[in-house]
Design a protein around this ligand. Structure first.
Ligand code: NAP
Length: 255
């Protein structure tokens, strides 16, 4: 029996990268996991297959975020997936899907790119939470995948991205108070540079890697399990008294 046995989780953007790692880890701990994806159905199926192969349970939910009707599509897929497993509620909601126009400085980021980042990184978590409030069980968890870039300003990132993650941090903080009476904890995770598709291009540049490693106390680039393990802790009963906070999971960037 895993520590999350009997629990149900939804992880947005778990077709790839950090989300996939989180989905695999929560399933390994015993949760039934909804693997959400935007366009990459094949990758989401692969995440679900990896979970099944390890003895876990998962179903996939497709819905591109930041387009008209996105919440209706997501909810329809989620409800169908839950019903197929005889369920209707969830315990753990991980807002992981996110977008970064890497290296787009304030001089060049377009209003369209800015709106898209806000739509995926801020508006989608807000309205998905709104839709799921009636289905979130007492004692549940909401975990928002944020960024260390709200704490350490980086010359390389577009300023729009940290701005969107800062809004997500405020959402975590305010929502934690609001959901306290239902014993639902809400926390953010401050992720540092992590090896995924999102960072593949910049991490292919040895000078960029060296710069980031040199400002990280633990002296390396983050790997997906580094983040997934921290999320699993926040999802577990061990973290029941932690709410409204942001856990820095960056290996000590900029200390
Ligand atoms: P990734 O490898 O680019 O994966 C992104 C995931 O989000 C994919 O599953 C993708 O689905 C989904 N997604 C993106 N846009 C979407 C949309 N419009 N609608 C639906 N799904 C969408 O990214 P990652 O590095 O794993 O990042 C995961 C989270 O960590 C993000 O919130 C990111 O901001 C945060 N983060 C990452 C880093 C880092 O260094 N990697 C650092 C700080 C914070 P599809 O596969 O269907 O496209």
């Amino acid at each position: 029996m895993g520590s999350l046995s009997g629990k149900i989780a939804l992880v947005t953007g778990s077709s790839r990268g950090i989300g996939r790692g989180i989905a695999e880890r929560l399933a390994r701990d015993g949760a039934l996991v909804g693997v959400h994806y935007g366009n990459n159905e094949a990758a989401a199926k692969e995440t679900a297959a990896l979970i099944s192969a390890a003895g876990g349970r998962a179903f996939i939910v497709g819905a591109e975020l930041g387009v008209p009707g996105d919440m209706d599509t997501l909810m329809a897929g989620l409800v169908a997936g839950l019903e197929a497993h005889g369920e209707s509620t969830i315990d753990i909601l991980v807002h992981n899907a996110g977008l970064n126009f890497m290296g787009r400085s304030i001089e060049v980021l377009t209003p369209e790119e800015f709106d898209r980042m806000i739509a995926v990184n801020v508006k989608a978590p807000f309205f998905l939470t709104q839709r799921l409030l009636p289905r979130l069980r007492e004692g549940g968890r909401i975990i928002n995948i944020s960024s260390v870039s709200t704490r350490v300003a980086s010359s390389g990132d577009s300023i729009g991205y940290p701005l969107s993650k800062g809004a997500l941090d405020v959402f975590s903080h305010a929502l934690a108070k609001y959901l306290g009476p239902r014993r639902i904890t809400v926390n953010a995770v401050g992720v540092g540079y992590t090896d995924t598709d999102m960072t593949a291009e910049v991490l292919a540049d040895p000078a960029h890697v060296e710069r980031n490693v040199s400002r990280t106390a633990l002296g390396r680039i983050g790997q997906v399990p580094d983040i997934a393990d921290a999320v699993a802790f926040l999802a577990s009963d061990e973290a029941r008294w932690i709410t409204g906070t942001k856990l820095d999971v960056s290996g000590g960037v900029g200390l």
